[in-house]
Design a protein around this ligand. Structure first.
Ligand code: PDD
Length: 285
């Protein structure tokens, strides 16, 4: 079934969408993206995703010609035109099309592409069974706080995971877990949730931010620190968060069972709280 997508000011069937071969997103990965979840036909925490988009674009000196309100309106129009109930909206902005040359072009107009993806999230079977993780070296660049479209390292990590029967890869720097290929990594020890601090080494997850706001309600404490793979293997529980997985229990890491191979209570509780929040459209007060 053909979707209606958005390309540079126009809504069109996906087969008709066109981007120049000179687009700097295509040639240099000179662009930024965001993925906002949609649940019950409503955007979840879209303002927070757009705030991160603005920050990422600022970090690569890409001036955004669209206001947040304009971008939200395009998101909502795509959801309506595609009758999307559950899934996500992908947004990509690039520095535009110009003859291939590394420095920024003087007169290029940024490219804006957006499309919807239907995805079963609230009742994803994986949330009941939990997912498997494999670890691999983190071979990414030094500015992972920028949501760059340059995702080859994550493509390779997640392909490695897929080839090994896992749904996600945890990338390692030395023996420290940096984050998932497309998610934030968490472990649980006793009644404490552990996830690493924000820095240039990780993407500041919007779902992470929401979960942190629910810590008190969940009955868990939070310790913001790095953790090693050995600690994760020894943890009582592990889980990931992202706009596509929401809160997802991890039941095995590198073939080693976590929480006896079943989703643990922290992940189950946080997922419940997150779903409740997401169904109301998100947005932290
Ligand atoms: N990825 N870390 C990385 C490397 C990510 O790519 C993502 C999200 C996250 C979680 O961020 P958030 O909670 O804001 O979704 C952490 C998106 C979903 C993707 O690339 O499809």
């Amino acid at each position: 079934m053909s979707r209606t997508v958005y390309v540079n000011g126009a809504y069109c069937p996906e087969e008709e969408a066109r981007i120049s071969i000179f687009d700097r997103g295509f040639v240099f990965a000179d662009g930024i993206y965001e993925v906002s979840a949609v649940i019950g036909g409503r955007l979840v925490d879209c303002e927070a995703h757009l705030a991160r988009l603005e920050r990422s674009c600022g970090e690569i000196k890409l001036a955004l010609p669209w206001s947040r309100a304009e971008l939200i309106a395009i998101h909502e129009e795509l959801i309506a035109r595609n009758g999307l109930d559950e899934g996500g909206v992908y947004l990509q902005v690039t520095r535009g099309a110009a003859d291939r040359d590394f420095p920024f072009p003087k007169d290029a107009t940024p490219t804006l592409v957006m499309f919807t993806q239907a995805r079963n999230m609230t009742s994803a079977p994986a949330a009941k069974t939990g997912i498997k993780i494999v670890s691999c070296p983190d071979i990414r660049w030094a500015r992972r706080d920028i949501k760059s479209v340059g995702l080859l390292a994550q493509v390779l990590a997640k392909q490695y995971a897929a080839e090994n029967g896992a749904a996600e890869a945890w990338m390692l720097e030395g023996d420290v877990v940096t984050e998932g290929g497309s998610s934030t990594a968490w472990i649980v020890k006793g009644k404490t949730l552990i996830s690493r601090p924000l820095s240039q080494k990780v993407l500041p997850g919007i779902t992470r931010q929401a979960v942190l706001a629910f810590i008190a309600e969940s009955g868990y404490a939070f310790e913001e620190r790095e953790f090693t793979l050995a600690e994760a293997l020894d943890a009582e529980e592990a889980f990931i968060t992202s706009a596509t997985s929401l809160v997802m229990p991890v039941v095995s890491i590198d073939g080693h069972s976590i929480h006896n191979g079943a989703p643990g209570p922290a992940a189950i509780r946080l997922r419940e709280i997150y779903l409740d929040f997401a169904r109301k459209g998100g947005a932290l007060g």
